[in-house]
Design a binder for this molecule. Sequence first.
Ligand SMILES: Cc1ncc(COP(=O)(O)O)c(C=O)c1O
Length: 464
Amino acid sequence: MNSVIKNDLETISEILDDVKNYGLDFLQNLPELTTYATIQEKPQGSLPEKGIGTAETLELFRNNYQQLIVASAGPRYWGFVTGGTTPAGIAGDWLTSVFDQNTQSTKGAGDVSAIIEKETIRLLMQLFNLPQHFDGGFVTGATMSNFTGLAVARQWAGAKSGRNIAREGMQGDVVVMSATPHSSVIKSLSMLGFGSNNLVHVKTLEDREAIDIQDLEGKLEQYRGRNIILNCSAGTVNTVDFDDLKSIAVLKEKYGFWMHVDAAFGGFAACSPAHENLLEGWEHADSITVDCHKWLNVPYESAVILMDQKHAALQVETFQNSNAPYLGNPEENFSYLNFLPENSRRFRALPAWFSLMAYGKSGFQSVVENSIACANVLGEYLNNNALFQLDAPVRLNVVCFSLKNNPDKNHEFLRLLNSRGKVFMTPTNLSGALCIRAAFVNFRTAEKDIKLAIEEMEAVSALI
Ligand SMILES: Cc1ncc(COP(=O)(O)O)c(C=O)c1O
């Protein structure tokens, strides 16, 4: 063994202590750390001939690279939809690296960590009050989850025309519809050969991002006879609007389309009795996307795809490693490698399992309801404000706003606000106009953070 690696192994206890203390320092200071990296240049490191060992590498990182790390896990990082990391999430994630499983199967020789992955999926379904006929597995994020749901939908559509698309390829006999798809759905259409230009856009309700059910039915009639996949939104990324999943489920009975629900973060509305009605009907979906690195507050990368088990055979047709005999017959030997896109699979379920067991239903109810309350505090401030205007109703946990009197300065305002490093938000487009968007999913965020952000917003508005 290389002498540096040997020395590292012999001093692993000190190394892990150092890493723990270093990580602890970061976590304890997280609320005060900057949300914006001011250094934008590339690091200039070069590969050493003889390695310097982990202890020295940690020092090197601390001195030269720490400044590139922002408080994205902190309480005032409201850009995109970025969750934080709870103690249980971190514990599970650390052990995922320590255990280094390649999570595949539930029985047989070698690694059987998929037993825990399957259990984690069951726990998640209990958290979401979803029926037992769903099963699923972990992927890197909601993008891959949407990809997976749409890939099996594609296989389903081919099977309806007597074709195995996984083997024979596409022949343009599938129609995909959606009203307000997330960009990752469009990307999935590109990756899956549907062609993103071929998406059939269904109208939204007036001043909403939710699907217009009448227009949907019109389109379903128009494309009658074709195999249709409908991508539904359970929480649009901008205004957290929900398609009427209950009415969609009724139309599904009538027209027989594949119902995919992108509930990347909106699925967590199920944790709050006051908001679970938003998801009514999602139990009729064929496939559902939920992100765990958002509202479950586990570290990136973690999401699940939930699939109605009646589609298990189609799922295997889509993802089977047909020329890998060591995986055995997928009918007899369950392996995630035959059900999901990745063949190398980190034990992603573990941080989620730790979190679900550590905090339970009431823990996540309080995380979700706290985020919603924070969004409402900011929303109420923005309503009838002299400086800012609320650009969309606060439906759940996202707030969209702009400068009241000079919205053309929104961009400059946001750039300045972010550069001060106290709070981070991202821009978006609502009805063609640029506005500012704050998304709340971090379990640490509290009212004092909203207060601090408002002070920053007011200070910056005075500067432009
Ligand atoms: C509704 C929705 N779908 C999909 C995604 C993509 O998620 P990820 O970045 O985890 O791939 C997001 C991310 O914000 C989202 O909000």
